[in-house]
Ligand binder design. Structure first.
Ligand code: ZN
Length: 232
């Protein structure tokens, strides 16, 4: 648990009794709980409180498990699960190396499980859309621009992610595709719907997996054109 102490910005015309010392508490459960200590006692400031439910953590742990499966087979460790009515209905992990296909991200894997299944069951386009509107995605890393765009077009209800994706993130880091408007581009193709997005859930665990992956050496990284060793 990280605890940060910060003196408040106390206006000059307040009395000593009004001065407050803020204690910021953060861990997996509390992203932003602020406790104000005053001479009158303690107050728990609810403003900005964002509590992560145990259910959210449970599903993110399952996503982390998927990421570990990816790590075990030397794939970039990203994993996800899709949840409907409190049940996991699909899971996926990054398979870009195995498939030699750069688009096989964890989210695409999980989405395709459902699309194949629903197609087999003979669901119509509108029924598929209705189903996705009841689904939440839990993924260890912020969806990239491609995945965020797909999730928006499919009309997913909500996304929870672990660490941010500073290079390709489509949910706030580079683009904010989760805030897309719902105006169709034409009669057939939707430009996507906005969806609720919450990041920073078990982010340190997700980052640790990336660190482990890159420290062990990425065997699939492009080989340098020239030898890095000093030439004799
Ligand atoms: Zn992606």
């Amino acid at each position: 648990m990280g605890v940060a102490y910060k003196n408040s910005e106390t206006p000059f015309n307040t009395t000593l009794a009004d001065q407050r010392l803020y204690i910021q508490i953060s861990n997996h459960l509390f992203s932003s709980v602020r406790v104000a200590v005053t001479l009158k006692g303690f107050e728990l400031e609810r403003e900005g409180v964002k509590m992560t439910s145990s259910e959210t953590l449970t599903f993110m742990e399952l996503a982390i498990h998927q990421a570990k499966l990816a790590l075990d087979v030397l794939e970039v460790p990203v994993g996800c699960v899709i949840v409907e009515d409190g049940k996991v209905i699909a899971s996926g992990r990054n398979r870009t190396t195995e498939t030699r296909n750069a688009t096989r991200h964890a989210e695409m894997e999980a989405v395709d499980v459902l699309l194949v299944q629903w197609q087999k069951n003979g669901l119509s386009m509108s029924e598929v859309a209705e189903n996705f509107s009841n689904c939440s995605l839990y993924v260890t890393c912020e969806p990239c621009i491609m995945c965020a765009s797909v999730l928006s077009i499919l009309g997913i209800k909500e996304v929870f992610y672990g660490c941010s994706n500073d290079k390709f993130g489509g949910c706030g880091s580079i683009l904010s595709l989760h805030l897309s408007n719902s105006t169709p581009l034409n009669n057939e193709v939707s430009s996507g719907k906005s969806f609720k997005c919450t990041g920073g859930i078990m982010a340190s665990e997700a980052v640790l997996l990336f660190r482990t992956f890159y420290e062990q050496g990425n065997p699939n990284a492009p080989k340098p054109h020239r030898s890095l060793a000093p030439q004799a």
